[in-house]
Design a protein around this ligand. Structure first.
Ligand SMILES: Cc1cc2nc3c(=O)[nH]c(=O)nc-3n(C[C@H](O)[C@H](O)[C@H](O)COP(=O)(O)OP(=O)(O)OC[C@H]3O[C@@H](n4cnc5c(N)ncnc54)[C@H](O)[C@@H]3O)c2cc1C
Length: 372
């Protein structure tokens, strides 16, 4: 097994090599094989995975600088790192010995697990409409999912579905289903505003027969499985927002030092300097909050509130910073020639991943009220 990559080499891969592939990713909506292969060679998929499964076992605080660096490039790059380094957790915690064998494949990049919760007709929690009905030996799964990241490449799908009657407050159960399962329709035709190349798809299954050994965790434990890595994931995603906001700021700063109006560089104008100061303040504050959350996590402290706080702050922060960075670029920033155009679109995906602003507020308010 290779060693933990150097941070500079890691950043340069995402900022140079993945960036160079950006146009291809945008136009084909797929990540080129050479990028996937190089990411595997660098160890990008194994940063946090346990050593016994071929991982580097980085604790969250040590992992975040890598994830932040990956987020400075096109969105698809950070998504590769973010997904694999999170999704192994419920498999390790709730999986059987057989299911845990998958984690070594995740580390090498040979296996990809897509996490499947969101439904177009249902919701993202107890209001899911997908159902699994037990037969004597198997389960029959029926329903749909959408917005499933890397469904184009996934070898397995971690599906969370209801396991009782059709009423709204279902008990949920998780299943780890191989891609080739009969009756599994994967429709990769959901083009998105940004984060191109991440293979978002609709999944459909009607009376899809799966054996009981595909169940992940016990019956009724699905919500627990889904939530088991949500706080970790919210902190990780927040660091991605810091990385992308930093990139937006760097692009704006570099542009301001090239662009002259009325005989002067715009970087010499107080108005532009104000934007730069505001962007820097936002990025610095976001990073400090995320690092504080990671320290709490590594120390085993409860992080539900601080993880949601980091996600809420950082999604507003990356919105403000990408708005300002676009403004600094003037009309040029609105053209496809400027990286800020793609960065601006990529940033909008953060509004939804791991829960919206409204949901973070609910979590924070509930936590604060309960502890008062
Ligand atoms: C880039 C990207 C990648 C994604 N990857 C995945 C993936 O791999 N797997 C997966 O399962 N999902 C994935 N998603 C889906 C994402 O998790 C959901 O979009 C998100 O959780 C919001 O759910 P929803 O889209 O159903 O919005 P809705 O629940 O329909 O919300 C619509 C609006 O109503 C508000 N709202 C909803 N409920 C409440 C409430 N109780 N109180 C107050 N306001 C409320 C929301 O905040 C939002 O503003 C991805 C999304 C994106 C954009």
């Amino acid at each position: 097994m290779s060693n933990v990559p150097g941070l500079d080499e890691f950043r340069s891969f995402f900022l140079d090599e993945v960036e160079e592939a950006a146009e291809e990713i945008e136009s084909t909506d797929a990540i080129p094989e050479r990028v996937l292969k190089r990411a595997a060679e660098l160890g990008a998929y194994r940063l946090t995975l346990p050593e016994e499964h071929g991982g580097f076992d980085l604790k969250l605080s040590d992992y975040l600088p890598y994830l932040e660096a990956s987020a400075e490039g096109p969105g698809a790059g950070r998504m590769l790192v973010h997904l694999t380094n999170g999704v192994w957790r419920p498999i390790a915690e709730f999986g059987t010995d057989e299911q845990r064998k998958l984690i070594a494949g995740l580390a090498s990049g040979d296996e990809v697990v897509a996490f499947c919760l969101t439904e177009q007709a249902g919701g993202t929690g107890r209001d899911l409409r997908s159902r699994a009905v037990k037969t004597q030996d198997d389960w029959l799964l029926s329903g749909e999912k959408h917005l499933i990241t890397f469904a184009d490449r996934a070898t397995h799908f971690l599906l969370v579905v209801g396991t009782d009657s059709e009423h709204e407050e279902a008990s949920l159960t998780a299943f780890l289903v191989p891609r080739e399962t009969d009756g599994f329709e994967i429709d990769v035709s959901q083009p998105t505003m940004g984060i191109h190349g991440t293979g978002h798809a609709f999944l459909r299954y009607e009376n899809m027969r799966v054996p009981d050994r595909f169940r992940l965790g016990v019956v009724g434990q699905g919500l627990e499985v889904a939530l088991s890595f949500l706080d970790y994931s919210r902190i990780s995603l927040s660091t991605c927002m810091v990385g992308l906001a930093k990139r937006a700021m760097d692009e704006a700063v570099a542009f301001s030092k090239r662009r002259e109006t009325f005989g002067k560089l715009i970087s010499s104008r107080q108005a532009i300097q104000g934007h730069i100061a505001d962007m820097h303040t936002d990025v610095t504050a976001g990073r400090a909050l995320v690092r504080a959350a990671a320290t709490d996590y590594d120390e085993g402290l409860p992080v539900r509130i601080i993880a949601a706080t980091a996600k809420l702050f950082c999604l507003n922060m990356v919105g403000r910073v990408t708005d300002l960075a676009l403004k600094v670029h003037g009309g040029y920033g609105f053209t496809k020639a400027a990286p800020i155009e793609r960065i601006y679109r990529d940033a909008r995906g953060f509004w939804f991943e791991e829960g919206t602003q409204e949901i973070q507020r609910l979590v924070i308010a509930r936590g604060v009220l309960d502890s008062a």
